[in-house]
Design a protein around this ligand. Sequence first.
Ligand SMILES: [Zn+2]
Length: 465
Amino acid sequence: MAEADWELVVGLEVHAHLKTRTKMFCRCALEYGAAENTHTCPVCLAHPGALPVPNGRAIEMTILLGLALDCEIAERAVFARKNYFYPDLPKGYQISQYEHPLCGRGALRIPTADGDREIGIVRAHLEEDAAKTVHAGGATGRSVGADVSLVDFNRGGTPLLEIVSAPDLRSAEEAVWFLRLLRQTIVELGISDAEMEKGTLRADVNVSVRLPGEEGFRPRWEIKNMNSFTFIGRAIGAAFRQQVAAHEAGETLEQSTYDYDPDTDRLTVHRSKEEADDYRYFPEPDLVPVEPPAELVESLRGQVAERPADRIRRLAAELGFESASELGTTGNEWKAEALAAEGVEWKAAAAIAMNRGDFLPENAAALAKVVQANVTREALDEAFAAAATGRIDAETYLAQTAVSDESALDPVIQGVLDANPEQVQTYLGGKEGVLGFLVGQVMRETQGKADPKVVNRLLREKLGR
Ligand SMILES: [Zn+2]
């Protein structure tokens, strides 16, 4: 059998820091990048007798996400203690949710080029993050060999949303696409910045393989705390190849935690099954169950606007799936929609939305006029730069028309051709891409005032193509 005979099975556990003003169970402020250990109190430092008080806004945010993922919202959710020892967890347990999470079964329907795929959501629950351990000194900069390990308790107690997907993802690309859509959903709900570089969005990736038609699942590998879309995709690919090779060699795989090394593109075992955790969950005795009132859930439902996946489905009809996906997961679609509403052709509007910066919505009409007029590239740049900060007047830019007069452009174009004989030969030899270079040279000679469309046409004519 070959790799192509095996089916990949991926499930994700996604963690997002909620964007509340204060921590999950105390009133310490959340501030990213603050000086170490400046946001602490007896509750988040686990002083004996200090009691937790849940953050109501964090509960609302979790329900909001649950609604956006069509989850069942619990009538009664219970906080539970997850017991384990770690230096950055001073209580000796983390307050999480176990048997009764706030959000139960749901789904994220992900649009693809060949129609929708429904990815199940097993649950979404609320918990607190641990503090942050910083390993300092030593040669490696990692925990092994470090001179000291220091704990910054600012992060301890940050509200953390955990979303668990069903093992429904079937390729690395699909897993990354699911993650991008989920991230964009979270960002648009305003509940988290969900920035992987800052660690406010992290994912644990579960990977196994099986033969088509096989019932159930083979032992899975868990890759924890991934914080880059690129590495998640590559780690899944590496896990797939290593597991297939192992199964084909007749090895018995164990369910274990793995680390992905981007340098070697391989996974190495981090922790084996023998040391598997037993968290001894039990209901948190210091907190009463959460019973969200039906009116609250309904009012939160009203706050869920069009979801990114739905928007991509709608835009794909105009733009095709690829452009719609790009717009829909970068938060740029409003720019395209605003320009299209003012008469700019949809595809052009989408290209502008992706390639230009933000502008004030009230400038959409003026920008639409400038975009559709034959103005210089310089004027276009100026218009978009000004439209980001204040109200613009289209007339200011419309006067700066581009040079499309062929008799004016002809000598410039001839000059560029004479000065670049090598590029001309390459082009004539079949390398169409060189045309872009020649257009660029003409634009430079004219200080950006030439109309690139006319330059393009004249160049082709002169070169006999
Ligand atoms: Zn605190």
